[in-house]
Design a protein around this ligand. Structure first.
Ligand SMILES: O=C(O)CCC(=O)C(=O)O
Ligand SMILES: [Fe+2]
Length: 293
């Protein structure tokens, strides 16, 4: 069935922090994008090894024909859906070409299963970021709009619905009291199966975690301020366009120092813990209330 935009997409996006435009990529474009991203997979592994998570940016790879990607960025039903969903929040038209030089493609690992840590982008994966600055803007819908467009069925991404609207719950703080957020514990000589099971158990250990199931041609729009994770296995082929919605405000956000911190005196910046003063964390760490250790 052809994709149709509905009010449910708006409601889901703002309330849950994600929504899926089902089957929005037409078959001929899917074919062309698969052809080019197959070439990209080889380049990604040449550059970053067999477990490469992505090729980013796609632009600037002379081996790749950009035409299908340009067609994807200009796809009328997609541009229309994004404008209907985000237009009122960003105060203008969505510029889908604004990310042409920065978007990438996510791939399955060739070597072994692995997963990212649970995180909210920026807050938990940018070392030295001023968490207070991020918290001030986490509800700004001109920022943090991210997309995964699946060219093959893709169930790698998990999210905690609604977490984009709030700070961490006591359960989340209990699960991840420290920074940097710890990943799964994988003993050194683990088999691929042991690694896969450990990554899935870690992924499912987050309270309220929900797996996003995408079919080929589906487009997941999500707040990257949402708790989320990617969990990968080599036996499920993946080529998922990883893109964002750039507004002038978002460009300004990520180019300014508190969000993109320079190393001070060459010393690596630390990780700020957003929950340092939480009573739940203090109880867990047996710290006296009022202490800031
Ligand atoms: O693989 C995914 O879908 C998520 C990846 C991700 O969240 C990240 O790399 O920051
Ligand atoms: Fe992320």
């Amino acid at each position: 069935m052809a994709f149709e935009f509905t009010d449910a997409h708006i409601q889901e996006y703002f309330q849950l922090g994600y929504t899926v435009f089902r089957a929005i990529i037409p078959p001929a474009l899917l074919r062309d994008l698969r052809r080019e991203t197959d070439k990209g997979r080889v380049i990604a592994r040449q550059r970053a090894g067999e477990n490469a998570q992505r090729l980013q940016p796609i632009a600037g790879c002379p081996e790749l024909d950009m035409k299908p990607f340009d067609d994807y960025h200009a796809l009328p039903p997609l541009v229309d859906a994004l404008n209907r969903l985000l237009g009122p929040s960003i105060g203008g038209l969505v510029d889908t070409h604004a990310t042409r030089d920065v978007f990438g493609v996510l791939y399955e690992p060739a070597g072994a299963p692995w997963c990212t840590q649970w995180h909210r982008d920026w807050r938990d994966n940018i070392r030295g970021l001023k968490v207070g600055e991020w918290e001030k803007v986490m509800l700004d819908f001109r920022l943090f709009n991210q997309i995964n467009c699946a060219l093959y069925d893709d169930s790698c991404t998990w999210v905690v619905p609604g977490s984009h609207l709030r700070k961490d719950t006591p359960g989340e703080i209990r699960r991840f009291p420290d920074r940097p957020v710890l990943g799964p514990t994988i003993p050194k000589d683990s088999t691929p199966e042991e690694t896969e099971v450990a990554c899935l158990a870690y992924t499912m250990s987050m309270p309220g975690a929900v797996q996003a199931h995408l079919n080929a041609g589906d487009y997941l729009l999500y707040r990257n301020s949402l708790w989320h994770i990617g969990n990968y296995v080599p036996y499920r082929k993946r080529a998922t366009i990883h893109d964002g919605i750039f507004t002038p405000e978002f460009r300004a956000f990520f180019t300014k120092p508190p969000m993109n911190p320079p190393a001070a005196d060459g010393a690596p910046a630390g990780w700020e813990n957003p929950n340092l003063d939480s009573l739940v964390r203090k109880a867990l760490k047996r710290e006296p209330v009022g202490a800031n250790a």
